[in-house]
Design a binder for this molecule. Structure first.
Ligand code: UN1
Length: 519
């Protein structure tokens, strides 16, 4: 068989990156420390397809049911020791993994680009976010604070303490194949949980590469078995993990449809937890006082950046009628300057969609919107070359109730909706099922504060004079409504990976029934 490396156009060093992580040959998608990487010989292999040209870039042996059993048994066993490792020591492990990600950033970025088709600068940014998550989690490991309370009883001490949950399963999406794991896995680990990673089979190479670095860090620190990798090629095996009562937390990033299923399965057993980061449908309100040039640049970054394939991607612009036409013209100008191409071409800013199904979804969404009466004022076509490329699309004349404004089309399509009063704008803004990221562009403090008030945005994330994408790891990340309510990353999101225990200690030598009971 020809090396899979031969099939990759060598503009950036794909050969080196694939060889660095032994992905130039078929590789197992399973890692459990008791056995190491799983076998490849004699196993069914599935293809890793590069969206930039639709070619096979790697081959992976998917995880089996038996392998899952080995992984979960090891995760339960290791957790018994891991939970007693001091949290700051647990922090050293995630810090070391993030250092290794930093040392390997160019090769890892290339792997992410081959897996996802994202531009190399977006891949580096994803890794930077992952590395930042490592430093955040390592610092947090010294700050798993619980409140102390004043007891109403004499000589009693009360406080909250935070304890590990057990085994955490992290199910990550294709669009951020490293960062979603880093956000959930690093916090899980410092919390004292062992972590089973179930990546999207659309992007298996990143998971294999990152897992290799995690294993290296574990070996260096003598802390083996905290992180394992489970890459089944079909959903039935993933469901086995979600159903497994030995898994104490399932953190899922993906569509609302699958998120609902995860939630209902996990809830069948009370006491298990789920954390959901599901669909978004971000909107930005642009009022008549906004700096329109800055607004147009921000909206462009947030809507066609990552080819519209972020849960935070901006899909709706709700703009004051008086500046509608001017903003649309500026947006068109911005969109036309974004170079869409293969991540292996050095000037690419935005890559392709993930696969052929995403292309169809893009086409159908635009077609339906036009049938309903929308005007396509920019782009909206496939780009004729191998791979899954599309132009950014701007639709005007959109009624907020139409599918293009209500559904999360994971593609670079922007619906522009005019408004007359801010109350109306906020109504339109909130009147969707999702609730992840939101924004307002304005220089009017009253409008901004109204947007941020209890009567304003109903989303988990609210931004002012910024795009909706690119959350800072320091704040909690997640959203309300159909987005699922989960929170990861900074602030006090670590609490979602732990259980709270209210402790009360009696040091008085007295008990409630001392008067009734003589001993
Ligand atoms: C996702 O798209 O599922 O803030 C998560 C952002 C990214 C989103 C990643 N951190 O845009």
């Amino acid at each position: 068989m020809n090396s899979v490396v031969d099939q990759v156009k060598p503009t950036f060093d794909t050969a080196r990156a694939l060889a660095r992580f032994k992905l130039d040959k078929p590789h197992s998608g399973t890692y459990v420390h008791t056995r190491g990487w799983g076998p490849v010989e004699g196993r069914d292999l599935f293809d890793a397809i590069c969206p930039a040209d639709g070619e096979v870039v790697g081959k992976v042996a998917g995880s089996t049911k038996d392998e899952y059993e080995q992984i979960i048994k090891a995760a339960v066993e290791v957790q018994k020791t891991w939970r007693m490792v001091p949290a700051p020591r647990r922090g050293e492990l995630v810090l070391r993994i993030s250092q290794l990600m930093n040392e390997n950033i160019e090769d890892l970025a290339a792997i992410i680009a081959l897996d996802t088709g994202k531009s190399i600068s977006e891949c580096r940014a994803e890794l930077k976010e992952s590395i930042d998550m490592g430093t955040l989690a390592a610092g947090q490991s010294r700050m798993l604070y619980g409140y102390t309370q004043q007891s109403q009883r004499a000589k009693h001490r009360m406080y909250d303490q935070w304890l590990p949950l057990g085994v955490a399963a992290v199910i990550s999406a294709y669009n951020f194949p490293a960062a979603v794991w880093a956000q959930n896995g690093f916090l899980s680990a410092i919390a004292g949980n062992t972590v089973i990673w179930k990546p999207s089979p659309k992007v298996p190479l990143t998971a294999i590469a990152v897992q290799q670095l995690a294993v290296q860090a574990e070996k260096e620190l003598g802390l083996e078995g905290v992180f394992s990798l489970f890459t089944p090629s079909d959903d039935a095996l993933a469901e086995l993990m979600v159903r497994d009562t030995r898994v104490n937390l399932v953190s899922f990033t993906g569509s609302t449809g699958v998120g609902k299923k995860v939630a209902s399965i996990v809830s069948e057993t009370l006491g298990r937890r789920y954390m959901l980061e599901c669909s978004g449908n971000s909107a930005v309100i642009v009022d008549e006082t906004a700096d329109l040039k800055q607004t147009a640049r921000n909206l462009t970054f947030s809507s066609i950046g990552t080819t519209g394939q972020r849960c935070t991607s901006m899909r709706r612009v709700i703009v004051h009628r008086s500046i509608h036409d001017e903003l649309v013209e500026l947006l068109k100008k911005c969109f036309s300057q974004i170079k869409i191409g293969d991540p292996r071409e050095p000037d690419t800013i935005v890559g392709p969609l993930i696969d052929a199904a995403a292309l169809d979804h893009y086409d159908n969404t635009i077609k339906k919107a036009i049938e309903q009466g929308a005007k396509l004022v920019y782009g909206g076509k496939r780009i004729d070359r191998p791979g899954y490329y599309v132009e950014g699309a701007i639709l005007t004349n959109v009624d907020p109730s139409w599918e293009c404004a209500q559904e999360e089309t994971f593609a670079p399509i922007v619906s522009v909706i005019p408004y007359d009063t801010l109350e109306e704008a906020i109504d339109i803004h909130n009147n969707v099922s999702q609730g992840l990221a939101s924004g307002i562009h304005s220089t009017n403090i009253f409008n901004i504060e109204y947007f941020l008030s209890a009567a304003g945005s109903d989303c988990g994330i609210a931004k002012v004079n910024m795009g909706t994408t690119g959350a800072d790891v320091g704040s909690a990340f997640g959203g309300e409504k159909a987005t699922g309510g989960g929170r990861t990353a900074g602030s006090d999101a670590w609490k979602g990976y732990m259980r709270r225990q209210s402790v009360c200690i009696n040091w008085s030598n007295q008990s409630p029934w001392d008067h009734f009971i003589s001993l």
